[in-house]
Design a protein around this ligand. Structure first.
Ligand SMILES: [Cu+2]
Length: 500
């Protein structure tokens, strides 16, 4: 309905304008053409100048009024160290183009006014002016050169690679249709080797070289896991792609780099504002003081739910939009805490599976860990006075199923144990325990035989302290025998310190 009314109004205004034109025509016939034309020229010229002034004021006022919508102003301040430098390039360009914009408009309208038609005045024609050509070639080239050189200088500041002296956190982003996977270097701070020939879909999508010790503590963040980075830390992102061209884009940090299949690229930036601080900053702006969810007016406001985003800025396919991931910038302490809670992918999902190159072997780090654990248990047992304190469970002593033959892997634990008994010179009881399945007598015999095997191993290693081997069969369960986990816990070898 309102559409129809507007349409009718437009038609009526058009009719009025045509009628006014006719009236003016008639009037000019009555008063004499020339005089009227000259008056009209004066009036038009005057209004052109008025229009120019109003228009320029409008441009300047609106630019100031809407400045919070521009990069580098209000809520759009950069959250990285180099971001401000990139934003300042826009300001420099705006300054020069602004001068040109205002000058050309003033000249355009002022000349229309000054050189409006006058009866006794004739235009001067000239075909060529070298001076003018020089002026309008040289000035723009100087300005352009300045803009380009300034841009290059900022580029050179933002883009150099890290040097070995830099303290840098290097992570890797792998883009594919349609997600980003992120790799963290783990405790050693180094990303392990990858190789395309090692890629196995579903098993090793990254083509990780698990034989490389640097790879073993790497953390792969897949799916929707939040990316977390520490504030005020130099971050180098190695950017790769598995299929087509993607683009690693962190708008709030002014980070944007193509992810090219087969050609790793990188971007280095230092986040300067935590997510929490950025929210506090947004809190001051009315645009962010509205409910985040319009359906829920009582819910949190926009500034409270703000998150940094990682997006793909390349139209890489129909699921392109879904490559968005949330990025959190936190304090150093929070980051360390978060990192400690992440599991190294190798140990959480590769170790012991068919694609583990070290299946059936112990890794150097595991040997060290076991030694540390046993030492700690021993120290506790020697300190403790209560009955149960003197018992140490030997978690890494294994036998072949149903037999008393030691598995090869048990030697690490037993060698450590032999060393500890020798240095502390204590007398001990070695005991074997089984679960409740099977015949009671057989269980008793098996546990005795296993305890004796351990004793013999320690004797062979030159332990001369007083030692005895006892089999308890299924008589001393530590867990219920009704579940598989319980039974596994009950099948065990223990050491008890008898005298210190
Ligand atoms: Cu993409």
């Amino acid at each position: 309905m309102s559409g129809l009314i507007i349409f009718i109004i437009v038609i009526l205004i058009a009719v009025i304008l045509v009628q006014l034109g006719r009236v003016a025509d008639l009037a000019s016939k009555i008063r004499g053409e020339e005089k009227v034309a000259s008056q009209q020229n004066d009036r038009t010229a005057f209004w052109l100048v008025v229009f120019m002034v109003v228009f320029l004021i409008f441009c300047v006022v609106s630019a100031i009024y809407y400045k919070d919508m521009m990069l580098g102003y209000g809520p759009n301040l950069a959250a990285s160290e180099h971001g401000g430098k990139l934003d300042s390039l826009f300001n420099v360009t705006l300054f020069f183009t602004g001068i040109v914009f205002i000058l050309t408009h003033i000249l355009l309208f002022w000349y229309s006014y000054k050189y409006r038609y006058k009866k006794d005045r004739k235009a001067k024609f000239f075909a060529h002016s070298t001076n003018l050509e020089l002026i309008w070639t040289i000035i723009p080239s100087i300005v352009m050169t300045f803009l380009v050189v300034k841009g290059l200088m900022v580029w050179n500041e933002v883009m150099p690679d890290v040097t070995p002296q830099d303290e840098v956190l290097e992570i890797e982003a792998l883009g594919y249709q349609f997600a980003w996977d992120i790799r963290y270097p783990g405790n050693d701070g180094k990303l392990g080797t990858r190789e395309f020939s090692k890629i196995q879909p579903g098993l090793n999508d990254w083509g990780m070289d698990w034989e490389d010790e640097k790879s073993q503590d790497d953390i792969l963040l897949t799916g929707a896991d939040m990316i977390v980075l520490p504030v005020d830390t130099l971050v180098r992102v190695r950017i790769t792609s598995k299929d087509v061209l993607h683009n690693f884009y962190l708008p709030h940090f002014r980070v944007k780099m193509d992810a090219v299949p087969g050609l790793p690229t990188y971007f280095i930036f230092r986040p300067t504002t935590t997510t929490e601080d950025y929210r506090e900053r947004l809190r001051e702006y009315p645009d962010y003081q509205v409910p985040a969810d319009p359906e829920d007016p009582e819910g949190p406001q926009r500034w409270e739910t703000f998150e940094y985003e990682l997006a793909c800025a390349e139209l890489c396919g129909k699921g392109h939009y879904s490559m968005k991931r949330i990025l959190r910038i936190v304090s150093r302490e929070e980051y360390n805490e978060w990192l400690a809670g992440q599991k190294a992918t190798y140990f959480s999902s590769i170790r012991g599976t068919d694609i583990d190159p070290f299946k059936g072997q112990l890794l150097g780090s595991e040997i060290k860990n076991r030694k540390r654990e046993l030492n700690a248990a021993f120290t506790n047992a020697l300190k403790g006075d209560a009955e149960g304190d003197q018992i140490i469970r030997l978690d890494h002593v294994f036998f072949d199923s149903g037999s008393s033959t030691l598995k090869e892997m048990s030697k690490y634990e037993l060698d450590n144990l032999a060393g500890l008994i020798k240095t502390n010179n204590i007398s001990v009881e070695l005991s074997g325990h089984t679960d409740s399945s099977g015949d009671d007598d057989a269980n008793m015999k098996l546990s005795e035989a296993r305890a004796s095997t351990v004793l013999q191993y320690l004797l062979d290693k030159g332990v001369s302290s007083e030692m005895k081997a006892v089999g308890y069969g299924e008589t001393k369960p530590v867990e219920s025998n009704d579940t598989e986990e319980g039974r596994a816990a009950n099948r065990r070898t223990e050491l008890k310190i008898i005298s210190k």
